[in-house]
Ligand binder design. Structure first.
Ligand SMILES: *[C@@H]1O[C@H](CO)[C@@H](O)[C@H](O)[C@H]1NC(C)=O
Ligand SMILES: *[C@@H]1O[C@H](CO)[C@@H](O)[C@H](O)[C@H]1NC(C)=O
Length: 375
């Protein structure tokens, strides 16, 4: 009787997918625009979406750029008893880090800081890690902790504790980052948290998925499987393109009314929940923005007149024989200062603008990404 009970309990736990509600905070752009500081910060911390994906020559450097439009975060607990942090769940990096108690930067003052003395499970590491911002490096230390996500616990998880942070971090709505890319990308040199969850038997399938809502609430990260209540139709699966440690796929072309407007003859793109826009090479992006009649403002944003956005065309991404259509309601970003297109230059990245339209599954076992029309 007892063993049957234990077995049933085990099955119930092992088959459960884990849901982590994601919230949308105020973006750094909104915070800075309200203070009249946006242009100054844009100049000081130029946006280089490719920075994260540049080849590294130093193993211990985590590149970051000032993306002023990231807004989604979820809560995790670190330590015993758990200290709560808001983290950006980032499929474009593979490390977990939060501010440490000894960080005195203004950016840390505005965020939760981890107090290692207050946790009975903290183990200090012997190495350091560096985060490279667009303008210089800062250092932090490595530790190991018990991490709580929803109702599961991951033991002995490597994580970074930042000691200094770049000025732009003051205005982002999250305290730290939780990376969901592949282990080979880890700058901290340990096993990323999602892989540990799978290795420690905490999730039923080696897969996670994300639903990004355009509302402040309602977004969801699903660990260990899919939740069909967040999409319609079936998932269209796309094999990963080459082994790059990123969630890279191949796009065949991007079209407007049947005309190829970008990615002619195919291109490789990273599916990145930690980048707000859709990013592509300057010439391709200029071409798309040209088709939309957008003009570049001094901050480098492609702006359009808000009153005519409903007249703009759909943009179709042709991937693995499937067509994924973005209507203007998906790719136009409205802010207090007006309307801009969700397209910016760098190397190809399908960021939140794409993921809001398509529920996205990241399937590690089968090395593939799935998209389905989000509800
Ligand atoms: C950190 O935790 C220790 C032990 O609980 C406590 O004495 C100390 O005041 C805490 N430090 C901060 C900055 O809260
Ligand atoms: C950060 O904290 C300082 C001091 O408490 C405050 O003046 C500033 O407005 C805060 N910044 C944000 C973005 O909340």
């Amino acid at each position: 009787m007892k063993s049957a009970f234990v077995l049933l309990t085990f099955l119930a736990v092992s088959q459960g997918i884990i849901r982590i509600p994601l919230m949308r905070g105020k973006s750094a752009r909104q915070e800075l625009e309200e203070r009249g500081l946006f242009e100054e910060y844009r100049r000081k911390f130029p946006f280089n979406p490719a920075a994260k994906f540049l080849p590294r020559n130093e193993q211990s450097v985590v590149p970051l750029t000032f993306d002023p439009d990231t807004t989604y975060y979820g809560e995790i607990g670190i330590g015993t008893p758990p200290q709560i942090f808001k983290v950006l769940f980032d499929t474009g990096s593979a490390d977990l880090w939060v501010p440490s108690g000894s960080c005195t930067s203004t950016a840390c003052e505005n965020h939760s800081k981890f107090n290692s003395s207050a946790s009975s499970t903290f183990q200090a590491g012997t190495t350091t890690f560096h985060i490279s911002y667009f303008s210089g490096y800062v250092a932090g230390s490595i530790g190991y902790e018990l991490i709580q996500i929803s109702d599961i616990h991951v033991d002995h998880q490597i994580f970074g504790l930042t000691e200094t942070e770049s000025g732009f971090m003051e205005y982002v709505p999250w305290d730290g980052i939780l990376g969901l890319a592949f282990p080979g990308l880890s700058h901290e040199g340990g096993t990323p948290i999602f892989n540990n969850m799978w290795n420690q038997g905490k999730i039923p399938q080696n897969m996670f998925s994300m639903y990004l809502s355009s509302s402040a609430e309602g977004s969801m990260l699903i660990l260990g499987g899919l939740d069909s209540s967040y999409y319609t139709g079936s998932l269209q699966w796309i094999p990963l393109y080459k082994a790059t440690n990123y969630w890279d796929i191949q796009i065949q072309s991007i079209t407007i009314n049947g005309n190829t407007v970008a990615c002619s003859g195919s291109c490789a793109a990273t599916v990145d929940s930690g980048t707000s826009f859709i990013i592509g090479p300057e010439q391709d992006i200029n071409n798309i923005n040209g088709w939309l009649g957008a003009s570049l403002n001094p901050d480098g944003d492609a702006t359009v007149t808000c009153s005519i956005t409903h007249l703009l065309p759909d943009i179709v991404f042709n991937i693995n024989g499937f067509s994924f259509t973005l209507p203007p309601s998906a790719y136009i970003i409205k802010s207090t200062s007006g309307c801009s297109t969700g397209f910016s230059s760098g190397s190809w990245i399908l960021g939140e603008v794409f993921m809001r339209q398509f529920y996205t599954a990241f399937d590690i076992s089968n090395n593939r990404v799935g998209f389905a029309q989000a509800v």
